[in-house]
Design a protein around this ligand. Sequence first.
Ligand code: DGT
Ligand code: CA
Ligand code: CA
Ligand code: ZN
Length: 578
Amino acid sequence: MTIQNREIAAIFEEIADLLEIEGAEAFRVRAYREAAGVIPGLGEDLADLVAAGADLTELPSVGEAIAKKIEVIVETGQLPQLEAVRQRVPPSLRELLHLGGLGPKRVWALHEGLGVASLADLRGAVEAGRVHELPGFGEKTEAQLRERLARWQGPSSRTPLIEAEGLVRPLLEYLRGAPGIADLTVAGSFRRRRETVGDLDILVACDDGGAVAERFVGYGAVAEVLAHGETRASVRLRSGIQVDLRVVPTASWGAALHYFTGSKAHNVAVRRRGVERGLKISEYGVYRGDEAIAGRTEESIYAAVGLPFIAPELREDRGEIEAAERGALPALVTPDDIRGDLHAHTDATDGQDSLAAMAEAAAALGYEYLAITDHTKHLGVVHGLDATRLAAQIDAIDRLNERLAEQYQGRFQILKASEVDILEDGSLDLPDEILARLDLRVASIHYKFDLPEHRQTERVIRAMDNRHFNILAHPTGRLIGAREPYAIDLERVMRAALERGCFLELNAQPSRLDLTELACKQAKELGLKVAISTDAHSRAGLEMMRFGIGQARRGWLAADDVINTRPLAALRRLLRRD
Ligand code: DGT
Ligand code: CA
Ligand code: CA
Ligand code: ZN
């Protein structure tokens, strides 16, 4: 059995975690982590690519070293570097990282100082009251850890959306080979663009259900057939994810699509409206008595209960039905609305690609602008820029922009920017004089995640007092399924941003999606606009925008609520604080 992309990614993820705990150089950790991030979303199996002798370095985030390692993994099923680091760092220390609240350095300190090698050991040490005796830990940390341990539910069994995309794409392609398919799509939480999916729900319109189900269970990546009938089947893929298939007649397509898109709560509310109108709604159609009055399209289902079409991302029973009834549904932001990206890195710090390459990639996406926001000096591990190096980058961007102006006839330019670290006392990591020379500043927290809520909140608001502060990047620091958000009063931060003319970022990286959809909605209700930014560390990273858009749509955001839907001149006006 050949190795799956997901398994290769897991190997890189583990090496990255263990090296990080051990205190390895950041660029090494980053290389593994970047690879682990993109591999699950690839359309093709790495094993097949290796077998075909393809040049793996053409893949996003895969350099020569990683390519070699992929080949070794495909050929041997393992990687010597992983075995080696496992000898030095107990693999179960990763559980401590995933618990949240502990950075790699402190995980290592717990290991060195108290011999802690696992979550169970940590629990024991906390209970014995030994943790606070370690230098740099203290009573407060110990209490926080106790609380986290009590809440900890274990790693999530849900699949990140990007990984689900990578798994489902080839499966849909394969299913299209069945005869007589009229329509084919993924419904469920995948269509609603949730951050993670529990399972995948594939819906097919076809008058020969048996043939489709037969083909489905014969798919190469199926590990186990859980159920197999004429018009439905369920399998578990080798990646571990479950996939449900339903085949319906074309006349029922809209009703089935509505039913299987969910959410369950939304469906229940729609059905209730049906009952009030003497209608019965099922996955086959809308019925008055025995007569089907709707079912072919989703629009027809909503129309039958007196509503306009409601976008899948809104279907969570969070007020969308009432809004639809009042004609007050937002015109949700779409990919076409996005005119630029306001957070991206280059190889001047921890990005993979050059300034010029990033510019070209952004222009190819049809953007009008791309802000280059390399890290600042406090983030020494990624060789963050000091004022001198940033000044040199500013000059380089000026030169590049002259060339770009010609090449794109003034339709595209690079914005001079920075992702400036917010220091512990709320000051910014670079002097005002150099910050003033930039088009915009993104500011973020990269250390001291464990401050108490009021101090973390004050820290950010103080930073916003600096009039060069424009956008708070990844506002809660969470990593989905891996790191809890730091304690911060987001509503206070939002109000402070609004008062000062600052904005919050919705970071589009599928592992972050920071803000959550609820936070997006809250920002909108307060009248605060957000920037949807990819935080790209490579050209391919710019394509993560779609995840940010899905999240923004789930948060009810329209184009007007998003600052990077503005043409450049209007964006500049918005960013001006005085
Ligand atoms: P997931 O898979 O946990 O990420 O979330 P969903 O929403 O994809 O849930 P899933 O796969 O259990 O079911 C897919 C859709 O099918 C769900 O969103 C709504 C519909 N559905 C499933 N079970 C029921 C049910 O008992 N009643 C109703 N009204 N709808 C259901
Ligand atoms: Ca599902
Ligand atoms: Ca399902
Ligand atoms: Zn960044």
